[in-house]
Design a protein around this ligand. Structure first.
Ligand code: SF4
Ligand code: SF4
Length: 276
């Protein structure tokens, strides 16, 4: 392997004396280098074990850090060897850098509580796909084009989302339950949907207040369940989930502002598969 020690030395700002049999005939040169400084770079990985043993046996060795770098298979051992000098110099320079600081680790723990946010028809479709492995709750943002199913297969939350923060295993969701229909009391009997002349109640059983004309026919139809109360004060609620599948339009709020969403937060639409 051709080695241009002069050019490599210029790049590294030091004078180099190349050795080709350091692990045998020229071993004393390696041992002398061990006595001369605190760290040493050996441009051979094949005999790494032997060099380590030699270092242990060298009297007066001051070197505490020996780094090994392979400039042969990763650099000069090719038919383009003559052009490999810059890469060899870079490999040697990189090998002299101190080890990076350890990266802090984060533990995630998920019990599989998934909140799906979106139009009820989309959310129910997604829920059906994962219900056998995850504990699903839905957060309705409207009935969607197809409307929701009348059967209550999953818990449904509704209202105005106020905040959504956290990460895999620890998402805190806060919303204002401000709709006149209390989804915990609603039995989905559809009586209010049938009597509303303004079509202001969808199959997500939330009243569209922009369409509502305040006839209160729905209240009369719901006497048995008592789920509709236009005078109920907005109630701030919060709950924790492990995973979020957000099917709302990307510009919907609240959402995460960082360049990459946190682990456990999946974004998608009802029409396309969810993506991270
Ligand atoms: S009438 Fe009452 S219980 Fe029936 S769907 Fe409407 S809100 Fe729910
Ligand atoms: S008050 Fe009237 S318009 Fe409003 S939801 Fe009830 S029935 Fe419909």
């Amino acid at each position: 392997m051709p080695l241009d020690a002069k050019r490599i030395g210029l790049a590294l700002h030091e004078e180099l004396t190349p050795h080709s049999t350091l692990c045998r005939r020229e071993a004393p040169a390696f041992q002398r280098a061990l006595q001369g400084g605190e760290s040493l770079v050996v441009a051979c990985t094949q005999e790494q074990r032997l060099f380590a043993e030699l270092a242990d046996q060298t009297e007066g060795a001051r070197t505490s850090v020996i780094r090994f770098v392979n400039i042969r298979e990763t650099g000069g051992w090719s038919r383009d060897a003559k052009q490999a000098t810059p890469k060899i110099a870079a490999l040697l320079a990189a090998a002299r850098l101190p080890d990076p600081e350890p990266v802090p680790t984060v533990n995630y723990q998920s019990a599989g509580r998934l909140l799906i946010i979106g139009a009820l028809d989309d959310a129910e479709r997604a829920a059906a796909l994962v219900q056998d492995v995850l504990d699903v709750t839905l957060f309705t943002t409207g009935p969607g084009n197809a409307g929701g199913a009348q059967a209550r297969r999953w818990p449904v939350l509704g209202g105005q989302l106020k905040s959504l923060k956290g990460w895999l295993g620890a998402f805190d969701v806060e919303w204002s339950a401000s709709n006149p229909i209390d989804l915990d009391l609603c039995t989905r009997c559809n009586a209010c949907v049938a009597v509303c002349p303004e079509n202001a109640i969808g199959l997500d059983y939330q009243i569209d207040l922009a369409a509502c004309k305040s006839h209160r026919a729905c209240v009369a139809a719901c006497t048995a369940a008592g789920a509709i109360d236009f005078d109920r004060p907005a109630n701030l609620q919060q709950e924790r989930f492990d995973l979020i599948l957000d099917l709302r339009a990307p510009d919907a709020t609240p959402t995460f502002l960082q360049h990459a969403p946190p682990q456990g937060y999946l974004r998608g639409t009802g029409a396309t598969p969810a993506r991270c």
